[in-house]
Every structure is written in structure tokens, then in C-alpha cells.
Design a protein around this ligand. Structure first.
Ligand SMILES: [Zn+2]
Length: 341
């Protein structure tokens, strides 16, 4: 058989030309970080994750304490034997790959494997508002998506092999400012209710539309359950009745005001009695009786420029009274239409 090299040379040349023309097609995305090596004497977040994962695989006698001691070594050796790996008690690439061979997502998760993820996100990647409770809920999903986005991997909220490798390896922390915007509306409301220096200061007995149970506290409780807030119906012509979902951006602004100024008194959200068409009835407005040392009663009536400047500088777009944090005499009113972290 006659062999000619010309067609091969032609193909190689063509491939080279195409490679230059369509270089990006041949580029490989940035490699995932290397798996760390942890062994007897190691400690820290990756050891916590390892211990949770060892428990997930059926070694429930391991205490999760972040210290790689003799019990952890024994459990790791048993796991390695079970998986057909070298039973040396040293956790490197092969052992991590076997340990993290478990996809976790909202629709399908296991407490111990999910705790490993939550522990890493909270303690290694600074997502301090996340609970290590083993429940893969909307808050965990949002945190995972935020982590995936920061590491340029598919942000689907599901923790598979690639996400595990970034979590256990040297992944990037999400930007701090994105932590509130990545929380669900219900989780934001839970966070507000949890903070002892955010108080609800309305007079529940006042004939202002709140005495039918539509008050600021109940608005926040409903929101924390994933439900809309109740609008008062105590006077049909001034209180529309019905329900509305509180705006996520409004809740983020409350948390950021609390972070900045400390004490917060919330007087009114979607509840109460306002002019028809008020932004309160749209779920985007709040009234505050005080914000830190700014007590509405002792401040001059008008634009409270310090708080307005803070909110605008933090990425919020305000409406009403030309976009100010307005002192209406006995409360500050704010209405948020947009937020760009
Ligand atoms: Zn108002």
C-alpha cells in the first residue's frame, strides 16, 4: 500500500490555522484548585469538612472538632479500605475525590454532607450569616450560588464534584457586599427578627389601621414564612386591605442601616394608614422612629442628609420627596426602588 504524508501535513496545517483563528475554542478553562493534604496533626476548616464527610459515609462515632487525631485517622483508614484506596490515613486527591462523591442540592441532601458545605462557606469563605444546620434550604442554595459565581463555575446552587473541589481547595470568597443580596426574602426577614437591636415601635392599639393585626412586626413574621404582608382594611377608603410582598431591597436596606447605625426602631412597613397609592402599600417603604442616634422627634423636619448619603452611597435608589430619607416629624420615611451592590 502506498503511503503519502501530504494529506497528513495538510490536516496538521489546517488544524494549526484553525487553532489560531478560533483560539478560544481550544482554551481550557482555569484549572480547579488542587486538593489539600490533611493528616494526623492537621486542624482547621478542612478537617471539620473531612469529619462531617466521614460521618456522612457511615462513621458516626467521629467527633467533629476540627482536630485530626487518632479517631479520625482510624476512621479515614477504614474509609480508604472500604473504597479500595491505600489505607494510610492521609487524605489527599484520591481520598477527597471519594469523600466528596456526593452531590448536594435543595431537592436532595444529607445532613452531614450539607454541614460540611455550610461549615466551609461560613468559616472558610466568610459567609457568616449561614447556619451549619445540615438543612440545604434556600439560604444555603443562595450561598452556594454566590460561591460558584465568585469562582466562575456554573451557578446552579448544586454542589457536585467541581464545587466540592473549590470548597475544599483554595476557592475565592464571594464579595462581602453580595451576602445580603444572595439571601432569600424569607431569610432576610428571619435575620431582621433575630437581631435584638432592631425593634418594632408601633402602637398596636392605635386606630391607624394596625388594630386589625396588620402591623410592622406581623409584616416581618409573614415575610419570614415566605408569605405576603397583610395590608390593613380597617377603613376601606384609606387602607386598601389585601396583601403585598415586602421588597427584598427594603429589607436589605434595614439590615445595612442596622449594621451602620446600630439601634433601629421600625414603626411601619406595609401596615398602617397612609395616603392612597402610598409606597407602603407597594411593600417598598418603611417608617423608622429612630436609626442609631438619629431620633426622628429630635431631628429637624426635612431631608435627613446623613442617612440619605449612606443609603445612596451603598447602592440604593430612593423615591418619595425627591429620593430622600425623609423626616415626617414623628418618623423617618424611606422608599427603595432599586439596589445595585
Ligand atoms: Zn411612610
Amino acid at each position: 500500500m502506498k503511503i503519502t504524508r501530504k494529506p497528513l501535513a495538510f490536516v496538521l496545517t489546517l488544524v494549526m490555522i484553525l487553532s489560531v483563528l478560533f483560539g478560544s475554542v481550544f482554551q481550557v478553562s482555569a484549572a480547579a484548585p488542587a486538593w489539600p493534604t490533611v493528616q494526623s496533626g492537621s486542624s482547621g476548616a478542612n478537617v471539620y469538612a473531612l469529619q462531617y464527610l466521614i460521618n456522612y459515609w457511615g462513621y458516626n462515632t467521629i467527633t467533629v472538632d476540627g482536630d485530626f487525631g487518632s479517631n479520625t485517622t482510624t476512621a479515614v483508614k477504614n474509609f480508604q479500605t472500604k473504597k479500595g484506596l491505600t489505607s494510610d490515613g492521609i487524605v489527599g486527591t484520591n481520598s477527597w475525590t471519594a469523600l466528596t462523591n456526593v452531590t448536594q442540592k435543595t431537592s436532595s441532601y444529607s445532613a452531614n454532607a450539607t454541614k460540611a458545605i455550610q461549615y466551609l462557606l461560613k468559616n472558610k469563605y466568610g459567609m457568616s450569616s449561614l447556619a451549619v444546620d445540615g438543612a440545604f434550604g434556600s439560604g444555603t442554595e443562595s450561598a452556594v450560588k454566590s460561591f460558584q459565581t465568585a469562582n466562575s463555575i456554573t451557578a446552579d446552587g448544586s454542589v457536585g464534584p467541581a464545587t466540592w473541589q473549590y470548597l475544599v481547595g483554595a476557592g475565592k470568597s464571594p464579595a462581602a457586599s453580595s451576602s445580603y443580596s444572595n439571601m432569600s426574602l424569607a431569610d432576610l426577614a428571619k435575620e431582621i427578627l433575630k437581631r435584638s437591636n432592631i425593634k418594632f415601635t408601633y402602637d398596636a392599639s392605635a386606630a391607624s389601621g394596625r388594630n386589625d393585626g396588620a402591623n410592622a412586626y406581623n409584616c416581618m413574621v409573614s415575610t419570614s414564612k415566605g408569605e405576603p404582608a397583610k395590608l390593613s382594611a380597617y377603613k376601606a377608603n384609606v387602607c386598601p386591605g389585601g396583601t403585598v410582598y415586602l421588597s427584598k431591597n427594603l429589607l436589605i436596606s434595614i439590615l445595612m442601616l442596622n449594621d451602620k447605625y446600630g439601634q433601629i426602631g421600625i414603626n411601619c412597613l406595609a401596615d398602617g394608614h397612609h395616603s392612597s397609592g402610598s409606597n407602603h402599600y407597594k411593600g417598598i417603604a418603611a417608617d423608622f422612629s429612630y436609626v442609631g442616634s438619629y431620633n426622628s422627634v429630635s431631628q429637624p423636619v426635612g431631608d435627613n442628609s446623613t442617612i440619605t448619603t449612606f443609603l445612596k452611597g451603598s447602592g440604593f435608589t430612593l423615591t418619595d420627596w425627591s429620593g430622600t430619607f425623609y423626616n415626617e416629624g414623628n418618623h423617618y420615611h424611606v422608599a427603595i426602588t432599586a439596589y445595585t451592590p
